[in-house]
Design a protein around this ligand. Structure first.
Ligand code: FES
Length: 306
């Protein structure tokens, strides 16, 4: 009788390795050798709590089963995140268990309710749109807090509806500023064009909103917008009581600086070179500005579509 082949699984959290025999899943091997490997559904491929990050030897992992494929698809797992209960190996691997305690479990349960299409973090090429309100200061200075909050809530609702209509998501709001992201879904082939259409839609929407503002407060809003296209880390951030899809990275700051540059040039919409490259075939007429951006070195070229 020939002995079953055995492979080693290196565990970085536990700083040890376990032996995995042919025919065993990673989960069966770790549990059999005393690792407290989370497996809330009992290894049925339904909970994802046995997930591991393969640090070395991904080529030695079996293809995803249908169950794993369904979860990986729902939670947008990259290739190196695997379900230990569904994966066999054909050679040595090294991995890190990803769900280590109850707090990790709580975060996983939130991921199953996520509808954004990005349930765990990933690196993506996205379009970021920063918008702020021209004239916000005159509202803030002249009216009591409940009026400011009420007006901003009406404004946010209007902007959110328009952003959603153009396949975007509001990632953050701060005072009168909104950060929206485009390109997280699969249903758009040009997220910069979506963001641009959203800006046009907002400008149209503001015309009606301004009738209300003028009648009740004697003021009008305008918006300034900055659009950038680039790589960012995107993922759901969860404080336990508030959950949002947020983007992180230098490209987010860059987008914010572009929006601020509108004041310098008297424009209401500016695009970075990277964003403009995505839509230049649609725009024959643009104004081009060379500038330095606060907090960044070098000269930047910004574009204002007519
Ligand atoms: S233990 Fe539930 S998916 Fe693996």
């Amino acid at each position: 009788m020939t002995a079953k082949k055995e492979h080693q699984i290196g565990l970085t959290v536990e700083k040890r390795s376990v032996t995995c025999s042919e025919g065993e899943t990673i989960l069966q091997a770790t549990l059999a050798q005393g690792i407290n490997h989370t497996h809330a559904c009992g290894g049925q491929g339904e909970c994802s709590t046995c997930r591991v990050l393969i640090l070395d030897g991904l080529a030695h992992c079996s293809p995803r089963t249908d169950r794993e494929e369904a979860i990986a698809d729902k939670l947008n797992f990259p290739g190196e995140v695997r379900l230990a209960c569904q994966t066999h190996i054909t050679g040595d691997i090294e991995l890190r268990r990803m769900i280590l305690d109850q707090l990790d479990m709580d975060i996983v349960s939130g991921q199953f309710q996520d509808e954004s299409g990005i349930a765990i973090g990933s690196q993506e090429q996205l379009t970021m749109l920063f918008i702020d309100v021209v004239n916000y200061t005159s509202l803030a200075e002249r009216f009591p807090p409940y009026d400011i909050v009420h007006v901003l809530n009406r404004y946010y609702r209007l902007m959110n509806a328009i952003i959603k209509e153009h396949r975007g998501i509001i990632s953050d709001v701060a005072g009168d500023g909104i950060l929206a992201i485009f390109g997280t879904g699969q249903d758009s082939d040009n997220s910069v064009a979506d963001a641009l259409r959203a800006v046009r839609g907002m400008q149209e929407g503001l015309k009606h909103f301004n009738v209300y503002l003028d009648k009740n407060f004697g003021i009008e809003f305008g918006i300034r917008a900055g659009i950038h296209f680039g790589e960012v880390i995107v993922g759901p951030f969860d404080t336990g009581s508030m959950r949002k899809l947020a983007v992180i990275g230098d490209n987010v700051n860059y987008a914010s600086r572009i929006e601020s540059a509108n004041k310098e040039f008297g424009t209401d919409l500016l695009l970075s070179q990277e964003a403009y490259d995505q839509i230049k075939h649609e725009y024959e007429s643009v104004r081009v500005f060379e500038t330095q951006l606060k907090g960044k070195t070098g000269q930047y070229r910004l574009y204002a579509p007519a």
